[in-house]
Design a protein around this ligand. Structure first.
Ligand SMILES: Cc1ncc(COP(=O)(O)O)c(C=O)c1O
Length: 398
């Protein structure tokens, strides 16, 4: 193991008296991001103004950041770009994939997929108006439903509720054997598990940078297009920054080279500055170390919680190799229980209708944190400390 997680932990702002087990929703603040964003604003925006696009490299930044992030998920150089939001990137990947399989009308997905992916697919089908169908099957049956009418599979590799992992290499090879393309949503994979997009022969992948990657609330999404498709895939969101010559201001759209064509409009430079700080920390680590450590932390958590809290039923796969970097438990009053835990400084989250979710992020969570969290969870659950009216008031974000 080459990574020193004590060192990375010291690089995050972690409030005292808080054990943060929600990096699977929003990563914490890298300490250096405060200065980095301030510096960008003061010395780049403040002093360079419009010349910052050239002088400070703002225009090139989405591909530069994409390359740094790409190392973590096995993307080939210059085949991943950051920008927009994950939902937008789902739309882009799907539209390009459907256009590459004009004779097929089925988008195959599973019932464990994140609702936004399904909403985006339905919206796209409606506006295409070419008779496409979104076929939603049970999560563990997706491989057997890959038939010759499937244009593309749209799969979130790690289920946002349970943490169950799909077998990317196996599904990709079955899809290709049937002539279908694959889109992988890596929202809960990037920075959580080892992903090798090139080796798995993924066609498209999309994701966000605000969860495990710690880019900050609303930091950019990303899209990957395999090298074999990158000059073929047509961008449906044909914004000017995906044009081959944006500053020629031509009347007609011409798609830019390779991954550049998946850019849409002006990138968010302030958000990119905080993502840069997060990637500085990621540059220090090996994903294999992150994965090994997260599996042992989450195994430890499961063992203790199952022994001490029989009212919680494990919703995640017990086998760590089939699980992402989160552990979920079913509990009818899960919302109230999570609020009671937050009040005691253990931050997890709740996913309707009955899931309590906890993320394990070795960059800043260690064994001591897991043991301390388990003690508090045991107390709250064994003594029903969650059963108070104030913990049952639903907030906007759960
Ligand atoms: C698996 C998955 N897909 C898509 C999304 C939507 O991402 P965004 O809100 O950044 O568009 C999320 C958000 O949490 C997600 O978890």
């Amino acid at each position: 193991m080459n990574t020193t997680f004590l060192e990375t932990k010291a690089l995050f702002e972690l409030p005292k008296n808080m054990i943060y087990l929600d990096g699977n929703s929003l990563g914490p603040l890298p300490k250096s991001a405060v200065g980095r964003v301030a510096d960008m604003m003061t010395h780049q925006w403040g002093e360079m103004l419009i010349t910052g696009w050239n002088k400070a490299g703002w225009m090139q930044q989405p591909v530069d950041l994409g390359n740094r992030l790409g190392r973590l998920i096995g993307a080939e150089k210059n085949h991943l770009v950051v920008g927009d939001t994950l939902s937008i990137k789902v739309y882009q990947a799907l539209a390009s994939a459907l256009a590459m399989r004009p004779d097929r009308k089925v988008i195959l997905t599973d019932s464990g997929n994140f609702p936004s992916d399904l909403y985006m697919a339905e919206g796209l089908i409606k506006s295409f108006n070419q008779g496409h169908e979104l076929r939603v099957v049970a999560s563990d049956e997706i491989a057997e439903h890959i038939s010759e009418d499937v244009a593309v599979t749209l799969i979130t590799e790690i289920d946002y509720r349970t943490g169950r992992m799909h077998d990317m290499a196996n599904i990709s090879s079955r899809a290709h054997a049937a002539g279908a393309l694959t889109i992988w949503d890596l929202a809960h994979s990037a920075g959580a598990i080892e992903v090798d997009l090139a080796k798995a022969k993924a066609d498209f992948a999309v994701g966000c940078t605000y969860k495990y990657l710690n880019g900050g609330p609303g930091s950019p999404g990303f899209i990957y297009v395999a090298p074999r498709h990158s000059d073929i895939a047509q961008p449906a969101l044909s914004g000017w920054l995906g044009h081959a010559a944006p500053f020629a201001f031509e009347r007609k759209y011409r798609a830019g080279p390779s991954i550049e064509r998946m850019r849409v409009g002006t990138p968010s430079v302030i958000a990119s500055a905080s993502l840069e700080s997060a990637l500085d920390i990621w540059d220090m680590v090996e994903m294999s170390d992150v994965r090994t450590t997260s599996m042992s932390l989450s195994d430890l958590f499961i063992n203790i919680i199952e022994a001490s809290c029989p009212m919680l039923k494990l919703a995640s796969p017990r086998d760590a190799t089939l699980r992402g970097s989160q552990v979920s438990f079913y509990f009818q009053d899960g919302y109230a229980a999570i609020q009671a835990l937050i009040a005691r400084g253990v931050v997890g989250d709740f996913r309707a209708p009955n899931i309590m979710r906890f993320g394990f992020t070795p960059l800043y969570i260690d064994k001591g944190d897991v043991l301390a969290a388990c003690e508090i969870i045991g107390d709250v659950m064994q003594n029903s400390l969650w059963n108070k009216p104030e913990y049952k008031v639903k907030a906007t974000v759960t």
